[in-house]
Ligand binder design. Sequence first.
Ligand code: SF4
Length: 439
Amino acid sequence: MDDIFELDVEPPARTASDREAFFVPKPGLSGLAPDFFAPAPTGCHRKKNSKSTFPLNPKSAAFLARHYPQAKPCQWNQWHWQLKHRITSLSVLETVLDLTADERKALQPGKDMLPMAVTPYYASLLDPRDPKQPLRRCVIPTMDEHRILPCEEGDPLGEEQDSPVPGLVHRYPDRVLFLVTDFCSTYCRYCTRSRRVGKRETAQGPGRWEAALRYIGRTVQVRDVLISGGDPLTMPDHALEYLLQRIRAIDHVEIIRIGTKVPMVLPQRITASLTHMLKRYHPLFISIHSAHAEELTPEAALACSRLADAGIPLGGQTVLLKGINDTIAALTSLFQGQLRNRIRPYYLYQCDQVRGTGHFRTSVNTGLDLIRGLRGHTSGYAVPHYVVDLPRGGGKTPLCPEYFQGRDRDELIFKNYAGELFRVYDPADVFASQKAGAA
Ligand code: SF4
């Protein structure tokens, strides 16, 4: 048993708005205990003979000592402690980072803006002095977010138009996207769902789940349910298990997938208790969102290995981001690192045309050049599908560099990964030419 679950407890002091937005069930729900969403308590009085099994990387250890001198490593390594101490205000952020004037201005509360939140763990990985550091750019807002391009929209993928019930997107024939929460422990500045995540007025709850569960139950072609949000792994075990049980009870649902960034921003959440519960719901797949190799710390490695040891296939999802991971070296390092952590790189997304994300978006040509720089130069397993999710609900469409150069009579001409030309015998109609030869 993980020692995180062998701790004595003290109640966390969250703000009222945090509780309402995330933990407290909506009124009028039947069949759910009043404390259904109550967070497990935090504390640090370990039981006799328990030993801490979660690592503390040197950067985080130094950050903990400097900024949370009252906290013990065993508290730091509890996910509830991390959630309770999320950094959500300018006043706290400026105690841990040297903020630029631009960052300060962007952190003024703004209507309709994606809120800022960073776990102390992820904050410990940020460079306090370099505003261009990739991880810092992923989570700290800048004034660039206020520049809206004509092509950008709040809901660029048209998810709302493909929602038969609130919180459920049914776009492809045999699968649905189930948005079970709008809460994330850490908000990515390029989030495709910035229109809804972190916004109280669109907070999800079991009331919304019921409508979605009923839809899945009556729609027999749905064989695959992707649970996403927000981040589903920020929910307590029992809330997540309630959902998994309800979905698993639907006969025609064959596989369940969970999309999460938790192993990279809140790896302490991946407890033995969680993985023990998850493995009761196979076949279960988890897609892990990561942006840069600097996220692959010993803590993240342990989180991934716990999930993989529970028999859960792990896929990697990465958004291509200008100045963050848009070089061959950065992507090679990330994808090889994912493989070392038992994550199969699955998708590299062209950054969606979300409002205020123009500063993150590369050209598609850049993306194709990057894939060309990976394919053949490293293991095929380390090369994900490069896709553009087409605006207004067109769906994910793969993009591939052109290796096929054309035909010369009965031969096809290809360029290999090193740029050399090769010919492959491929008569237009093999049988016709064989018959002609026999005659
Ligand atoms: S973890 Fe996912 S849902 Fe949450 S802010 Fe990042 S991209 Fe958006």
